[in-house]
Design a protein around this ligand. Structure first.
Ligand SMILES: [Zn+2]
Length: 86
């Protein structure tokens, strides 16, 4: 059996299959995108598809640390939208 690539969630620090996580990408122009298809180039960060992990990430500013840039409220709001929209 082929094992799927795993990544660590920034919120709960658990390893999960990459496809179960939401990827957030910073490209070389320092722009932040929510990478729904997992294909965008740049530095990636991962979070579980749940609000608890998102709230944790917002509180601890983990995303800003991992991607080493300021994250706007808009990005967090769109992440919340992606998570709730299922
Ligand atoms: Zn998590």
């Amino acid at each position: 059996m082929r094992s799927l690539p795993q990544r660590t969630c920034m919120g709960c620090n658990q390893k999960k299959d990459k496809k179960e996580l939401i990827r957030i990408v910073k490209n070389k122009n320092n722009e932040i995108f929510i990478d729904k298809k997992g294909k965008l180039e740049g530095r990636g960060a991962y979070i579980c598809d749940n609000i608890e992990c998102l709230d944790k990430v917002i509180k601890t500013k983990r995303l800003e640390k991992v991607l080493d840039t300021k994250i706007s409220q808009e990005i967090y709001e769109s992440l919340r939208g992606v998570i709730l929209d299922k």
